[in-house]
Design a protein around this ligand. Structure first.
Ligand code: ADP
Length: 419
């Protein structure tokens, strides 16, 4: 028969174990670092029946410990965090070095590191410290300070050790989550800087470019002979620059989600013809053969001519650019269910399978820009995809691999089936 005392003791132990279980559930619930540390402090005092608790983490580079949490009354955490605790001559240091717990029952024990007490005006009378470890590596120390009644027990030691091992994992998780969040924030900041720079640069370039274009066309008309040829060269380069700036502006509009569409029913053949017209001089210069396969008839789409035209032209420009001289490009269309697919196929340099999606990222180019032979900024495809998606369509690339040609497919919702 158990005595009354034994029953009470068992009930107490049961309550502590239940509390440990609750604590472990909360520690696993992805708390942010600050509330997490506060919670560990409270749980330590409650489970080991003490007045205060603290956590020190081991700084491997400086080979010293630093307080990251403490809950003794009136503790100035900033002050405490600023006091490094040496590995030699402190209990914390000994716990980390020897990877074992230490129990101090008497306030006259010389191992108590008094500089900390003095700095925060606290008196350590007794102390139980356990290592916090992850996969055998000690990352710090969890200490329970000033047992409320009587001495520390072996039970306190084992309960605090259980708490410390769970706390270590939770702290590491929270630290990693925080580091990730910070990295994400700075990426976001960088992305914003990039977008702002693009917006400012493209805006500021417009005015001087307008002046160059005006004078160059004036000169081209007025000048004679060689001077006129020079003016034409200036004009063409300025027009090229204007296209680049327009691309940057379009990219920004797409990012802001503010592309306005003025839709109308347009035959797909008209879109293809307009794009053919846009690239005809480039085709002629490179001797590319352009075949438009009309065997699948006609189809109507409800689109903004200019915006879809821009997507198609960008794709065609690429097909010409990334196909060697005298290459061949085929444009074909095919109705499939409620969509019309426009395929632009070339027999050029092709795209490696792992880059088929990445090429649609802004500023991404398969070839390094230092070694690449073709010009461009790497935004044509992101604009094209943005424009197509704004029409509830899809754009993707297919290729058998390097030097096996590429096919870009635009899928647009069909307005009315046309047979
Ligand atoms: P840019 O042409 O200015 O580099 P794009 O966004 O239009 O930018 O294209 C991104 C990248 O995708 C290109 O740099 C190229 O590496 C690849 N690419 C696009 N079209 C083709 C194609 N038809 N054949 C091979 N590679 C292509």
């Amino acid at each position: 028969m158990a005595t009354q005392e034994q029953v009470i003791d068992l009930q107490r132990q049961n309550a502590v174990l239940n509390r440990l279980l609750d604590v472990s559930l909360i520690l696993n619930s992805n708390l942010a670092i600050k509330p997490l540390l506060g919670f560990i402090m409270e749980a330590t005092c409650e489970i080991t029946s003490s007045e205060a608790a603290s956590i020190m983490l081991y700084d491997r580079n400086a080979d010293q410990l630093r307080f990251v949490a403490a809950n003794s009354p009136g503790t100035d955490m900033a002050k405490l965090a600023a006091i490094p605790v040496p590995m030699e001559g402190s209990i914390g240091g000994q716990i980390v070095r020897e990877n074992r717990s230490i129990m101090i029952q008497d306030e006259s024990d010389p191992r108590i590191y008094r500089p900390v007490d003095n700095a925060i005006k606290f008196r350590t009378r007794s102390l139980l410290g356990v290592p916090m470890q992850i996969k055998g590596e000690v990352i710090g120390v969890l200490e329970s300070v000033n047992k409320r009644e009587g001495p520390w027990t072996e039970e306190d030691r084992s309960h605090l050790s259980i708490l410390a091992s769970q706390a270590a994992v939770a702290i590491q998780n929270a630290q990693q989550a925080e580091a990730l969040r910070k990295a994400y924030d700075s990426l976001h900041q960088l992305d914003k800087l990039k977008s702002d720079f693009i917006a400012i640069a493209s805006h500021e370039l417009r005015t001087p470019l307008g002046v160059i274009l005006g004078y160059a066309s004036f000169l081209q008309e007025e000048a004679q002979g060689e001077a006129s040829e020079h003016a034409t060269a200036v004009l063409n380069s300025a027009l090229h620059l204007r296209n680049l700036i327009e691309d940057l502006t379009n990219l920004r509009f797409l990012q802001l989600g503010s592309t306005e569409l003025s839709r109308e029913p347009v035959p797909v053949s008209a879109l293809i013809e307009a794009a053919e017209h846009d690239v005809h001089s480039l085709i002629a210069a490179k001797g590319t053969k352009l075949i438009v396969d009309r065997t699948h008839g006609e189809a109507l789409v409800n689109v903004d001519r200019l915006k879809i035209g821009m997507a198609l032209t960008n794709i065609l420009n690429n097909a010409i650019k990334f196909t060697p001289n005298n290459g061949q490009i085929t444009i074909a269309m095919e109705k499939r269910h409620h969509e019309i697919l426009i395929r632009v196929q070339d027999n050029g340099m092709g795209i490696p399978p792992d880059k088929l999606e990445r090429i649609f990222d802004q500023f991404y180019q398969v070839e390094d820009h230092m070694t690449r032979r073709q010009n461009g900024m790497g935004i044509g495809l992101s604009i094209a995809r943005g424009m197509v998606q704004a029409h509830d369509g899809r754009l993707w690339a297919e290729s058998e691999g390097l030097n096996k040609g590429s096919t870009f497919i635009i899928a647009l919702p069909l307005v009315e089936p046309h047979n």
